[in-house]
Design a protein around this ligand. Sequence first.
Ligand SMILES: NC(=O)c1ccc[n+]([C@@H]2O[C@H](COP(=O)([O-])OP(=O)(O)OC[C@H]3O[C@@H](n4cnc5c(N)ncnc54)[C@H](O)[C@@H]3O)[C@@H](O)[C@H]2O)c1
Ligand SMILES: O=P(O)(O)OC[C@H](O)CO
Length: 339
Amino acid sequence: MSPISTTGKVAVLGAGSWGTAFSVVLADGGNEVTMWGRREEVCATINDEHENVEYLPGVQLPPTVTATHDAEKALAGADVVVLAVPSQSLRVNLTEWAPYLSDDAVMVSLMKGVELGTLKRMSEVIAEVTGAGPERIAVISGPNLAKEIARREPAASVVACEDEDVARMLQARCHSPAFRPYTSVDVLGCELGGAYKNVVGLAVGMAVGLGFGDNTTASVITRGLAETARLAMRLGANPLTLMGLAGLGDLVATCSSPLSRNRTFGEKLGQGMTSEDIYASTRQVAEGAKSCASLRALAEQAGVDAPIAQHVDDVVAGRLTAADLMDALLARDTKAETD
Ligand SMILES: NC(=O)c1ccc[n+]([C@@H]2O[C@H](COP(=O)([O-])OP(=O)(O)OC[C@H]3O[C@@H](n4cnc5c(N)ncnc54)[C@H](O)[C@@H]3O)[C@@H](O)[C@H]2O)c1
Ligand SMILES: O=P(O)(O)OC[C@H](O)CO
């Protein structure tokens, strides 16, 4: 087998918190990184001051990270294309970018959501829009809060691709002194773990906002993992993926950290704010606030019981209050833990 290349040119499409933090990881791993940003002023500050002032203030970006508002320029010569826009906007963005993608570029989703309406995972949207086969589509997911990663605090993650050689190539490309990636071939398990933990994070945030303590949050986290595993396994995931970094690991990070936007969104709902008020108060994406509806529908389609996704969706949509959610979860018919 030929040696795995550890360096090259990577395009990172999306200059928000995670696109920027992951660019630091890639630069630390030896890659030359060109980010695409939606707003020219964000790109200009990245190029002139080596900082993304809006999304990661105070973090000095390596000189090998540059940014452009021109997707064609960002994609020129890139053999790895990293996608880091909000999940619900991927299809529209990728359709615009597709003409500039090289035929053999590997596309890596960093996104943790499920498309509304189609109920497709991000890898499925990528396949549909670009026509790429599974050997060109990968996912990176794990307990990776952007601010901590950008500060180079030690963390691990999962690089999943159905083609294990491609997963290994990407692993080598993003391995850095502070970031340890593990390979996997379970793309579906990683994606559902990443999307579901946001919904559970919303429920945990609601419990915190209502003033409940660690017994409540631990119960929601554990039952949230059971719900995630139930759906993911029904759809074909490896149960071990849900016990790993892209499942339990990410769930723990999101549900315990005040840095999590999903947990914070839930906390505000628990304090009585409406979703509209919360959306109006931040530019940052909380993927679970949209994906709760798609995961609920996906579970219904698969015939899987998903009370957390169902009730979180009702609270986000304003049909229930956060207090109603806790009452409703406890009032359900009792059953065996492992059912
Ligand atoms: N922030 C994290 O810690 C983190 C970690 C792992 C995974 N993720 C995932 O990465 C993805 C991106 O999240 P983020 O944290 O970078 O979000 P963010 O809110 O920090 O930034 C989103 C970026 O997308 C841009 N954007 C917003 N709407 C857009 C649209 N319609 N079209 C194109 N661009 C648009 C914004 O300008 C911004 O640059 C999400 O799926 C998230 O779940 C985030
Ligand atoms: O801030 P959140 O809630 O989007 O979570 C960020 C990451 O997904 C944590 O791994």
